[in-house]
Design a binder for this molecule. Structure first.
Ligand code: IDC
Length: 344
Protein backbone atom coordinates (compact mmCIF):
# COMPACT_ATOMS: atom_id res chain seq x y z
CA UNK A 1 0.00 0.00 0.00
CA UNK A 2 1.27 3.42 -0.86
CA UNK A 3 2.01 5.80 1.96
CA UNK A 4 -0.48 8.37 0.69
CA UNK A 5 -3.38 5.87 0.65
CA UNK A 6 -2.71 4.87 4.22
CA UNK A 7 -2.74 8.50 5.30
CA UNK A 8 -6.00 9.18 3.47
CA UNK A 9 -7.60 6.08 4.96
CA UNK A 10 -6.67 6.87 8.52
CA UNK A 11 -7.82 10.47 8.04
CA UNK A 12 -11.23 9.34 6.86
CA UNK A 13 -11.25 6.85 9.77
CA UNK A 14 -10.70 9.74 12.13
CA UNK A 15 -13.58 11.60 10.53
CA UNK A 16 -15.85 8.56 11.01
CA UNK A 17 -14.96 8.39 14.70
CA UNK A 18 -15.48 12.13 15.07
CA UNK A 19 -18.83 11.85 13.33
CA UNK A 20 -19.84 9.02 15.65
CA UNK A 21 -18.87 11.07 18.71
CA UNK A 22 -20.80 14.08 17.45
CA UNK A 23 -23.90 11.99 16.77
CA UNK A 24 -23.65 10.38 20.24
CA UNK A 25 -23.37 13.83 21.90
CA UNK A 26 -26.36 15.01 19.91
CA UNK A 27 -28.43 11.98 20.95
CA UNK A 28 -27.36 12.38 24.60
CA UNK A 29 -28.31 16.06 24.51
CA UNK A 30 -31.70 15.27 23.03
CA UNK A 31 -32.34 12.46 25.53
CA UNK A 32 -31.28 14.58 28.51
CA UNK A 33 -33.07 17.61 27.07
CA UNK A 34 -29.83 19.57 27.15
CA UNK A 35 -29.23 22.49 24.83
CA UNK A 36 -27.48 21.22 21.71
CA UNK A 37 -25.72 24.46 20.82
CA UNK A 38 -25.59 26.18 24.20
CA UNK A 39 -23.55 29.17 23.08
CA UNK A 40 -26.07 30.14 20.41
CA UNK A 41 -29.48 28.61 20.98
CA UNK A 42 -30.08 29.37 24.67
CA UNK A 43 -30.69 32.95 25.64
CA UNK A 44 -29.38 33.41 29.14
CA UNK A 45 -31.45 33.79 32.29
CA UNK A 46 -31.74 37.17 34.06
CA UNK A 47 -29.23 35.94 36.63
CA UNK A 48 -26.75 34.72 34.00
CA UNK A 49 -27.02 38.06 32.23
CA UNK A 50 -26.68 40.28 35.29
CA UNK A 51 -25.05 38.30 38.11
CA UNK A 52 -24.72 39.92 41.51
CA UNK A 53 -26.58 43.22 41.63
CA UNK A 54 -25.41 46.18 43.66
CA UNK A 55 -26.53 49.68 44.48
CA UNK A 56 -24.70 52.54 42.83
CA UNK A 57 -25.99 56.01 43.61
CA UNK A 58 -29.78 55.79 43.31
CA UNK A 59 -29.69 52.81 40.93
CA UNK A 60 -29.13 49.08 40.71
CA UNK A 61 -26.25 47.97 38.50
CA UNK A 62 -25.29 44.49 37.36
CA UNK A 63 -21.92 42.78 37.67
CA UNK A 64 -20.61 44.67 34.64
CA UNK A 65 -21.78 48.02 36.00
CA UNK A 66 -24.77 48.36 33.69
CA UNK A 67 -27.99 49.86 35.13
CA UNK A 68 -30.74 47.30 35.65
CA UNK A 69 -34.49 47.77 36.13
CA UNK A 70 -36.22 44.69 37.51
CA UNK A 71 -39.79 43.81 36.58
CA UNK A 72 -41.25 41.71 39.37
CA UNK A 73 -44.39 39.96 40.55
CA UNK A 74 -45.29 39.54 44.21
CA UNK A 75 -47.12 36.56 45.57
CA UNK A 76 -50.14 37.24 47.75
CA UNK A 77 -49.56 36.15 51.35
CA UNK A 78 -47.90 32.73 51.21
CA UNK A 79 -50.07 31.78 54.21
CA UNK A 80 -53.18 32.26 52.04
CA UNK A 81 -52.05 31.35 48.53
CA UNK A 82 -49.11 28.92 48.76
CA UNK A 83 -50.24 27.14 45.58
CA UNK A 84 -48.79 29.87 43.36
CA UNK A 85 -45.28 29.30 44.71
CA UNK A 86 -44.35 26.78 42.04
CA UNK A 87 -41.84 26.55 39.23
CA UNK A 88 -44.33 26.52 36.37
CA UNK A 89 -45.90 29.79 37.58
CA UNK A 90 -42.51 31.51 37.88
CA UNK A 91 -41.36 30.15 34.52
CA UNK A 92 -44.50 31.43 32.79
CA UNK A 93 -43.94 34.86 34.31
CA UNK A 94 -40.30 34.81 33.23
CA UNK A 95 -40.84 33.57 29.68
CA UNK A 96 -44.15 35.19 28.78
CA UNK A 97 -44.33 38.31 30.93
CA UNK A 98 -40.65 39.34 30.97
CA UNK A 99 -40.59 39.05 34.76
CA UNK A 100 -37.14 38.62 36.31
CA UNK A 101 -37.95 38.96 40.00
CA UNK A 102 -40.35 37.19 42.37
CA UNK A 103 -41.37 38.59 45.74
CA UNK A 104 -42.37 36.08 48.38
CA UNK A 105 -44.72 37.92 50.75
CA UNK A 106 -44.84 36.44 54.22
CA UNK A 107 -47.33 38.25 56.45
CA UNK A 108 -46.25 38.60 60.05
CA UNK A 109 -49.45 39.52 61.92
CA UNK A 110 -52.39 38.82 59.63
CA UNK A 111 -54.30 35.54 59.82
CA UNK A 112 -51.82 32.67 60.25
CA UNK A 113 -48.88 35.02 59.79
CA UNK A 114 -45.36 34.21 60.95
CA UNK A 115 -45.84 35.97 64.31
CA UNK A 116 -49.57 35.33 64.72
CA UNK A 117 -49.95 31.60 64.98
CA UNK A 118 -48.85 30.57 61.49
CA UNK A 119 -46.80 27.38 61.17
CA UNK A 120 -43.31 28.87 61.03
CA UNK A 121 -41.55 25.85 59.63
CA UNK A 122 -44.25 25.46 56.95
CA UNK A 123 -43.91 29.13 56.01
CA UNK A 124 -40.13 28.84 55.84
CA UNK A 125 -40.48 25.75 53.68
CA UNK A 126 -42.58 27.75 51.21
CA UNK A 127 -39.92 30.50 51.21
CA UNK A 128 -37.17 27.93 50.64
CA UNK A 129 -39.11 26.35 47.78
CA UNK A 130 -39.80 29.75 46.25
CA UNK A 131 -36.13 30.71 46.44
CA UNK A 132 -35.17 27.34 44.93
CA UNK A 133 -37.56 27.67 41.96
CA UNK A 134 -36.50 31.27 41.29
CA UNK A 135 -32.84 30.28 41.49
CA UNK A 136 -33.27 27.31 39.14
CA UNK A 137 -34.92 29.70 36.70
CA UNK A 138 -32.18 32.31 37.11
CA UNK A 139 -34.54 34.91 38.58
CA UNK A 140 -34.06 37.35 41.46
CA UNK A 141 -36.14 36.74 44.57
CA UNK A 142 -37.26 38.98 47.42
CA UNK A 143 -37.84 37.53 50.88
CA UNK A 144 -40.50 39.89 52.25
CA UNK A 145 -41.23 40.28 55.98
CA UNK A 146 -44.73 41.52 55.30
CA UNK A 147 -45.66 43.68 58.26
CA UNK A 148 -49.04 45.37 57.89
CA UNK A 149 -51.48 45.40 60.82
CA UNK A 150 -48.47 45.23 63.15
CA UNK A 151 -47.72 48.81 61.98
CA UNK A 152 -44.53 49.25 63.98
CA UNK A 153 -41.79 46.81 62.92
CA UNK A 154 -40.31 46.94 66.41
CA UNK A 155 -43.30 44.91 67.62
CA UNK A 156 -41.76 41.72 66.24
CA UNK A 157 -38.13 42.83 66.01
CA UNK A 158 -36.78 39.84 67.91
CA UNK A 159 -38.46 37.38 65.57
CA UNK A 160 -37.40 39.43 62.53
CA UNK A 161 -33.75 39.40 63.60
CA UNK A 162 -33.84 35.63 64.17
CA UNK A 163 -35.63 35.02 60.86
CA UNK A 164 -33.28 37.13 58.75
CA UNK A 165 -30.23 35.71 60.50
CA UNK A 166 -31.39 32.27 59.46
CA UNK A 167 -32.12 33.39 55.87
CA UNK A 168 -28.81 35.24 55.49
CA UNK A 169 -26.86 32.28 56.81
CA UNK A 170 -28.62 30.01 54.33
CA UNK A 171 -28.48 32.27 51.28
CA UNK A 172 -25.25 34.21 51.76
CA UNK A 173 -23.56 32.52 48.81
CA UNK A 174 -26.39 33.13 46.35
CA UNK A 175 -26.34 36.13 44.07
CA UNK A 176 -30.07 36.57 43.51
CA UNK A 177 -31.50 37.37 46.94
CA UNK A 178 -33.14 40.54 48.22
CA UNK A 179 -34.13 40.86 51.88
CA UNK A 180 -37.15 43.12 52.41
CA UNK A 181 -37.17 43.67 56.12
CA UNK A 182 -40.48 45.48 56.75
CA UNK A 183 -43.17 45.75 54.10
CA UNK A 184 -45.17 48.78 55.22
CA UNK A 185 -44.62 50.51 58.54
CA UNK A 186 -47.72 52.52 59.42
CA UNK A 187 -49.73 53.84 62.37
CA UNK A 188 -47.54 56.93 62.75
CA UNK A 189 -44.37 54.90 63.18
CA UNK A 190 -41.58 57.43 62.72
CA UNK A 191 -38.52 57.04 60.49
CA UNK A 192 -36.42 57.21 63.66
CA UNK A 193 -38.14 54.08 64.98
CA UNK A 194 -37.95 52.26 61.65
CA UNK A 195 -34.29 53.21 61.32
CA UNK A 196 -33.50 51.74 64.71
CA UNK A 197 -35.30 48.49 63.75
CA UNK A 198 -33.61 48.41 60.34
CA UNK A 199 -30.17 48.90 61.82
CA UNK A 200 -30.65 45.86 64.08
CA UNK A 201 -31.91 43.64 61.23
CA UNK A 202 -29.28 44.84 58.75
CA UNK A 203 -26.57 44.09 61.30
CA UNK A 204 -27.92 40.54 61.68
CA UNK A 205 -28.04 40.01 57.90
CA UNK A 206 -24.60 41.50 57.22
CA UNK A 207 -23.02 39.21 59.83
CA UNK A 208 -23.45 36.54 57.14
CA UNK A 209 -24.46 38.06 53.83
CA UNK A 210 -22.18 40.91 52.86
CA UNK A 211 -23.57 41.67 49.42
CA UNK A 212 -27.21 40.99 48.58
CA UNK A 213 -29.44 44.07 48.55
CA UNK A 214 -31.54 44.89 51.61
CA UNK A 215 -34.85 46.76 51.13
CA UNK A 216 -36.01 48.96 53.97
CA UNK A 217 -39.65 50.04 54.39
CA UNK A 218 -40.44 53.71 54.90
CA UNK A 219 -43.06 55.55 57.04
CA UNK A 220 -46.76 55.72 56.11
CA UNK A 221 -47.17 52.42 54.24
CA UNK A 222 -43.79 52.84 52.52
CA UNK A 223 -44.51 56.21 51.00
CA UNK A 224 -42.36 58.76 52.85
CA UNK A 225 -39.15 58.18 50.92
CA UNK A 226 -38.65 61.97 50.79
CA UNK A 227 -38.43 62.10 54.59
CA UNK A 228 -36.00 59.18 54.68
CA UNK A 229 -33.81 60.89 52.07
CA UNK A 230 -32.86 63.52 54.66
CA UNK A 231 -31.49 60.94 57.05
CA UNK A 232 -30.68 57.58 55.43
CA UNK A 233 -28.93 54.66 57.12
CA UNK A 234 -25.15 54.99 57.05
CA UNK A 235 -22.32 52.51 57.44
CA UNK A 236 -23.72 49.82 55.13
CA UNK A 237 -23.72 49.37 51.37
CA UNK A 238 -26.39 47.86 49.12
CA UNK A 239 -29.33 49.28 51.03
CA UNK A 240 -32.43 50.58 49.23
CA UNK A 241 -35.67 52.13 50.44
CA UNK A 242 -39.10 51.03 49.36
CA UNK A 243 -41.88 53.10 47.88
CA UNK A 244 -45.35 51.56 47.32
CA UNK A 245 -48.24 52.91 45.28
CA UNK A 246 -51.68 51.90 44.00
CA UNK A 247 -52.31 53.72 40.73
CA UNK A 248 -56.03 54.42 41.17
CA UNK A 249 -55.28 56.20 44.48
CA UNK A 250 -51.72 57.55 44.33
CA UNK A 251 -50.88 60.01 41.57
CA UNK A 252 -48.77 63.11 40.86
CA UNK A 253 -48.35 64.12 44.50
CA UNK A 254 -46.63 60.79 45.20
CA UNK A 255 -44.44 60.95 42.10
CA UNK A 256 -43.17 64.29 43.38
CA UNK A 257 -42.28 62.65 46.70
CA UNK A 258 -40.29 59.94 44.91
CA UNK A 259 -38.64 62.47 42.61
CA UNK A 260 -37.58 64.55 45.62
CA UNK A 261 -36.09 61.47 47.29
CA UNK A 262 -34.19 60.52 44.13
CA UNK A 263 -32.96 64.08 43.69
CA UNK A 264 -31.56 63.90 47.21
CA UNK A 265 -29.71 60.71 46.22
CA UNK A 266 -31.91 58.04 47.84
CA UNK A 267 -31.94 54.61 46.12
CA UNK A 268 -35.63 53.74 45.78
CA UNK A 269 -37.16 50.33 44.96
CA UNK A 270 -40.89 49.87 44.29
CA UNK A 271 -41.23 46.47 45.93
CA UNK A 272 -45.04 46.62 45.70
CA UNK A 273 -47.55 48.44 43.55
CA UNK A 274 -50.99 47.77 42.17
CA UNK A 275 -53.13 49.39 39.53
CA UNK A 276 -56.24 49.23 41.71
CA UNK A 277 -57.17 51.48 44.62
CA UNK A 278 -55.03 51.20 47.74
CA UNK A 279 -57.57 48.81 49.31
CA UNK A 280 -56.46 46.32 46.64
CA UNK A 281 -59.96 46.53 45.22
CA UNK A 282 -62.27 49.01 43.44
CA UNK A 283 -61.44 50.54 40.09
CA UNK A 284 -58.22 50.03 38.17
CA UNK A 285 -56.48 52.93 36.45
CA UNK A 286 -54.40 51.80 33.49
CA UNK A 287 -53.70 55.33 32.30
CA UNK A 288 -52.22 56.35 35.64
CA UNK A 289 -50.40 53.01 35.84
CA UNK A 290 -48.74 53.73 32.48
CA UNK A 291 -47.71 57.18 33.68
CA UNK A 292 -46.15 55.51 36.73
CA UNK A 293 -44.25 52.98 34.61
CA UNK A 294 -42.84 55.77 32.41
CA UNK A 295 -41.81 57.65 35.53
CA UNK A 296 -40.12 54.56 37.02
CA UNK A 297 -38.30 53.83 33.76
CA UNK A 298 -37.07 57.40 33.52
CA UNK A 299 -35.62 57.15 37.02
CA UNK A 300 -34.39 53.54 36.56
CA UNK A 301 -36.52 52.29 39.44
CA UNK A 302 -37.36 48.58 39.73
CA UNK A 303 -40.97 47.58 40.33
CA UNK A 304 -42.92 44.58 41.62
CA UNK A 305 -46.65 44.12 41.01
CA UNK A 306 -49.12 42.91 43.67
CA UNK A 307 -50.24 40.10 43.33
CA UNK A 308 -50.18 36.61 41.85
CA UNK A 309 -53.48 35.15 43.02
CA UNK A 310 -57.06 34.64 41.90
CA UNK A 311 -58.56 36.40 44.92
CA UNK A 312 -61.72 38.23 43.97
CA UNK A 313 -60.28 41.76 44.10
CA UNK A 314 -59.15 44.04 41.32
CA UNK A 315 -55.42 44.04 42.12
CA UNK A 316 -55.20 40.24 41.53
CA UNK A 317 -53.38 39.33 38.34
CA UNK A 318 -55.59 36.29 37.80
CA UNK A 319 -59.34 36.10 37.36
CA UNK A 320 -61.21 34.66 40.32
CA UNK A 321 -62.58 32.00 37.96
CA UNK A 322 -59.06 30.87 37.01
CA UNK A 323 -58.02 27.56 38.53
CA UNK A 324 -54.58 27.23 36.92
CA UNK A 325 -51.60 27.67 39.23
CA UNK A 326 -49.05 27.92 36.42
CA UNK A 327 -48.80 28.02 32.63
CA UNK A 328 -51.39 30.80 32.67
CA UNK A 329 -53.35 31.48 29.49
CA UNK A 330 -54.76 34.85 28.47
CA UNK A 331 -58.17 33.60 29.59
CA UNK A 332 -56.79 33.23 33.16
CA UNK A 333 -55.71 36.85 33.39
CA UNK A 334 -57.65 39.66 35.04
CA UNK A 335 -57.63 43.14 33.48
CA UNK A 336 -54.68 43.97 35.80
CA UNK A 337 -52.91 40.77 34.71
CA UNK A 338 -53.37 41.47 31.01
CA UNK A 339 -52.07 44.99 31.51
CA UNK A 340 -49.00 43.91 33.49
CA UNK A 341 -48.10 41.11 31.11
CA UNK A 342 -47.89 43.73 28.34
CA UNK A 343 -45.64 46.11 30.30
CA UNK A 344 -42.26 46.15 28.59
C1 IDC B 1 -54.11 43.12 50.82
C2 IDC B 1 -54.63 41.96 50.00
C3 IDC B 1 -55.94 41.49 50.57
C4 IDC B 1 -55.75 41.13 52.03
C5 IDC B 1 -55.14 42.30 52.79
C6 IDC B 1 -54.79 41.87 54.21
O1 IDC B 1 -54.75 42.36 48.65
O2 IDC B 1 -56.42 40.38 49.85
O3 IDC B 1 -56.99 40.78 52.60
O4 IDC B 1 -53.97 42.75 52.16
O5 IDC B 1 -54.91 42.91 55.07
C7 IDC B 1 -50.76 46.95 50.76
C8 IDC B 1 -50.22 45.78 51.49
C9 IDC B 1 -50.84 44.49 51.01
C10 IDC B 1 -52.31 44.68 50.70
C11 IDC B 1 -52.43 45.66 49.53
C12 IDC B 1 -53.87 45.90 49.06
O6 IDC B 1 -48.82 45.69 51.44
O7 IDC B 1 -50.66 43.52 52.00
O8 IDC B 1 -52.84 43.44 50.32
N1 IDC B 1 -51.80 46.90 49.92
O9 IDC B 1 -54.62 46.45 50.09
N2 IDC B 1 -50.34 48.18 50.84
C13 IDC B 1 -51.12 48.97 50.09
C14 IDC B 1 -52.07 48.17 49.49
Amino acid sequence: MKKGTLQRKSKSGRYTILKKIMVSILICCLLLQLPVFPAYAVSSTPLQTNGQLKVKGTKIVNSSGKTVILKGVSTHGINWFPQYVNKSAFKTLRDQWGVNCIRLAMYTEEYNGYCSGGNQSELKKIIDNGVKYATELGMYVIIDWHILSDGNPKKNQKQAVAFFKEMAKKYKNQKNIFYEICNEPNGNTSWKTIKSYATAVIKAIRAYDKKNIILVGTPTWSQDVDIVADNPITGYSNIMYTFHFYAATHKDYYRTKVQNAINKGLPVFVSEFGISESSGNGSIDKKEANTWIQFLKKNKISYVCWDLSNKNESCSLLKSSSTRTGNFKTSDLSAAGKWYKSVK
